[in-house]
Ligand binder design. Sequence first.
Ligand SMILES: [Zn+2]
Length: 407
Amino acid sequence: MRRSTVLLGLVLCTCIAALVAHRTAADDIAERARKLHFSSIVIDTHDDTTQRFFSKDYDLGKRNPTGHVDIPRMQEGGMNGIFFSIWIDGKIMGPPAVEKALDQMDAVHENVKKNSNAMVFARTAEEVRRAHAQGKIAALMGVEGGHMIGNDIRMVRIFADLGVRYMTLSHFYNTEWSDSSTDKPAHNGLTDFGKDVVREMNRQGIMVDISHVSDKTFYDALEISKAPLIASHSSCRALCNHVRDMSDDMIKALAAKGGVIQINYEKSFIDQTYKDAYDKETGGVVAHFAELTKDCNNDEDCISKKMAALEEKLTAEGKLPHVGWERIIDHIDHAVKLVGADHVGLGSDFDGADMPEGMEDCSKLPKITEALLRKGYSEADIRKILGENTLRVMEQAERVSKELQAQ
Ligand SMILES: [Zn+2]
């Protein structure tokens, strides 16, 4: 009797000790993840927050009840570098496209100035690092669609002067010089003028973004560009077969030239079951987007609200499956296994896409760092994915620009 009591005691003690040890190890990882995340430069290369600046209900400096990004939530999520996307519908071309793009660039500068206590505009990788050292968020700009140069190559230079640091060659529709992944091919990739646009972007230090472009446009841009390319917001086709994502061959070719795939969190780009159900219910993202664009008279704030409302309704009705935020990690891990941690980054598509459960807004970003740490990623590799890879490509684009301008 006495012996069995002692034995029971021993077993209990061992179990409790094991539990405590497990708990401590788990807490250690959580604590390490927190420290790592909040000391890293965390850059998101694609946020459609810019269009919200035109809405009366939105204030970048305050916590907003809707949407995915504002300064309080960026601070909570440790997001200290953001590419504000300049976007207008791809059917608007010529001078009106230029004018609307300039309106948005002005809105970015004005909003950054209004929030200068927490945010500063950055044009170079060095300026992003300086902002981080000062405890401020670095604000950058990317133009989402080559239609916004209005077929005038001088606009590439003017956009560069205004601080644009990447341009996506096309959006949902072909431009007059580049084919889109979601339109019928018209130019077999890039036209001669399209190739000149890429060369001028290199000269101006504007990164070439191949998210949204057709596969042939991607390979043409890769061949022409003297600087590495980015996919500012695309995921992996091997895990979700969507034309907006990149095939393994494309990711390998991008990485071989030093580029970075910035993983997009949009549910229909990361989860095959969701994509199939979404296509069935809505006719696919492009058709649905075109319909909403018409209904909303091109107001993207209205478009995203309507898209989110429909998605919520269809999910509640059980017509769309639930997608967890862990799918983002699957895509990061797939790309890292394929080409290494030097070529993968974050391009959420916040404020422009439907987010998976658990990644409701940018305040949830620390989860990504913790998940990668738990997967056994090194701290150095995680820092690269969080932002250092983007800074490296920016530096390379700056170097190429200096060399070309010196010729
Ligand atoms: Zn996009």
